[in-house]
Design a protein around this ligand. Structure first.
Ligand code: AMP
Length: 488
């Protein structure tokens, strides 16, 4: 009999940014600014919990950080420590109930949790816990963590947190706030980033910051100290910092897509400059897929550093041939296909005077469904380009992410069932080149095999997911009218 897999029916995508402060008189204000710098990691909802005099106060709302945290709201979040969260999740699980941080009053006192990543055994735990009488408020996997903490028999809080973490599988970069401590935790494989920063010598000594990305520290003039290590629980309290390793080490699985697309280029992620990786992705792409052309045009914003690398390497001029309207959300945030299609036009417009009569190379970081690239190729041709070549700074995305990046199902991923040549024809491009896996790894300087590349290989580092993928969902060929002969 086919076993019902825990994960399949609870599949819950989360793209998020987290930020925490300990030991600063303006903790909530700093958290607001930190979240502002991390807005690209999630735009659907945001929240802050601050600790003051033994109490935790929370404000969460739907929308972007700037609109949610007006001065009158921040004034209601006093205290010297705080955590915040900014979140994007896929349609179907929208809603304030799933916004974070989550705040509970349980057997261990008041605790707030902010989570970036996806737990792969959350569904299984949820069913077990519900069976034993636990009540869940929402469908986010983060609630499972709180229940597991509450149920632990450990005598102190760090022990209870460690107990909970050791029962979890998958990706988590976590911030946990209690009335007088802040915990920063990264799962043993280190899927998602988490970094430690410091603002030296405030009135109460140093203030400590924890963030998904270092760009949040720059805004606050804070120093970047180091990464939270995979498998590390960093306890920050008035007595200082204590590093606890709660799990035996596991092979690292840093998300390579953070370097390809997700993080900001001005961040240091997994100890490496994202901009450096992206320019290198572009340079290697130019070496692997050279082309005779008049200009390199990035798909802004995410394609820009790779396009610069491509231009530097190929010595073909870099031109801003597509202009982005910055006052709308990213295309992928639009919930339905109808709006998505419209969104491309809303977002990008060609500079006809530049493009007309020219052979153009479009550089983007990835093709997901193919909708954006297809429209852009057409748009650039209509603007008068004589040739349109597409270059993608990573390998074909063939399989969904189960560790916290929002990718559609396998059926919707164009590369899951179609060859690059089939995709080229669908896009209507004169040529299409994807970076190789070797090029990708070289660009992020992955000399030790520390990165997760599941979305490009379909091979997953956690058992439950691998099992589900093997049993499950198929890939889909392009529709009849656009299906082309597979190369023999
Ligand atoms: P599509 O039209 O579905 O092929 O989308 C491709 C575009 O989505 C590219 O321009 C990427 O920059 C962007 N993109 C790739 N991966 C993601 C992701 N996980 N979330 C949001 N946008 C993405």
């Amino acid at each position: 009999m086919k076993t019902k897999l825990a994960y399949a029916d609870d599949h819950f995508h989360d793209e998020c940014g987290v930020f925490g402060v300990f030991g600063h008189p303006e903790a909530a204000n700093l958290t607001y600014l930190g979240l502002y710098a991390l807005q690209h990691r999630g735009q659907e909802s945001a929240g802050i919990v601050a600790s003051s005099g033994g109490d935790l106060n929370m404000h969460r709302a739907m929308g972007e950080v700037e609109e949610i945290f007006q001065p009158r709201v921040l004034a209601k979040l006093p205290g010297t420590s705080a955590i915040g969260h900014t979140r994007y999740s896929t349609a179907g699980d929208k809603g304030l109930l799933n916004a974070q941080p989550i705040l509970v009053d349980c057997s261990k006192g008041k605790i707030a949790v902010a989570h970036n990543g996806n737990l792969t055994n959350a569904g299984e735990w949820r069913r077990k816990l519900e069976h034993r009488g636990s009540i869940f408020q929402a469908n986010s996997d983060t609630e499972v963590i709180v229940h597991l903490i509450a149920r632990s028999q450990a005598r102190n809080f760090s022990g209870a947190l460690g107990d909970a973490l050791n029962q979890l599988e998958g990706a988590y970069s976590l911030l946990v706030l209690t009335p007088d401590e802040l915990y920063a935790v990264r799962d043993p494989r280190g899927f998602r980033p988490l970094v430690l920063g410091r603002i030296p010598s405030t009135e109460n000594g140093d203030a400590w910051l924890v963030a998904s990305e270092t760009c949040a520290f720059d805004l606050l003039n804070a120093q970047y100290v180091r990464e939270i290590q995979p498998g590390e629980m960093l306890r920050i309290s008035r007595s200082g910092l204590e590093s606890i390793h709660f799990s035996p080490p596991k092979p690292h699985q840093y998300c390579i897509f953070e370097h390809v697309y997700f993080s900001r280029p001005d961040s240091i992620i997994f100890g490496r400059s994202v901009n450096e990786s992206r320019e290198m992705l572009g340079r290697l792409l130019a070496r692997e897929h050279p082309v005779e052309a008049d200009m390199i045009v990035p798909i802004p914003d995410s394609g820009v550093p790779a396009a610069i690398g491509f231009a530097l390497e190929s010595k073909i001029p870099f031109r801003m041939g597509l202009i982005r309207n910055h006052y709308i959300g990213r295309t992928f945030i639009e919930p339905s296909q109808a709006i998505r299609n419209f969104g491309v036009k809303l977002k990008l417009n060609p500079v006809r005077e530049l493009i007309k009569g020219k052979r153009v190379v479009l550089v983007d970081d990835s093709i997901v469904r193919g909708t954006t690239s297809r429209k852009l190729v057409r748009m650039v041709r209509e603007a008068g380009a004589t040739e349109v070549h597409m270059r993608i700074s990573c390998p074909p995305t063939i399989s969904p992410c189960y560790y916290g990046v929002d990718t559609p199902t396998r059926e919707e991923l164009i590369a899951s069932a179609n060859s690059p040549e089939e995709i080229r024809k669908y896009l209507g491009a004169d040529s299409l080149g994807y970076l190789s896996m070797a090029g990708l790894k070289q660009a992020v300087n992955d000399t030790k095999g520390d990165f997760c590349t599941s979305c490009y290989t379909g091979v997953y580092p956690t058992d439950l997911v691998q099992l589900e993928v093997r049993e499950g969902a198929g890939a889909k060929k392009l529709a009849e009218e656009v299906t082309v002969q597979r190369e023999s």
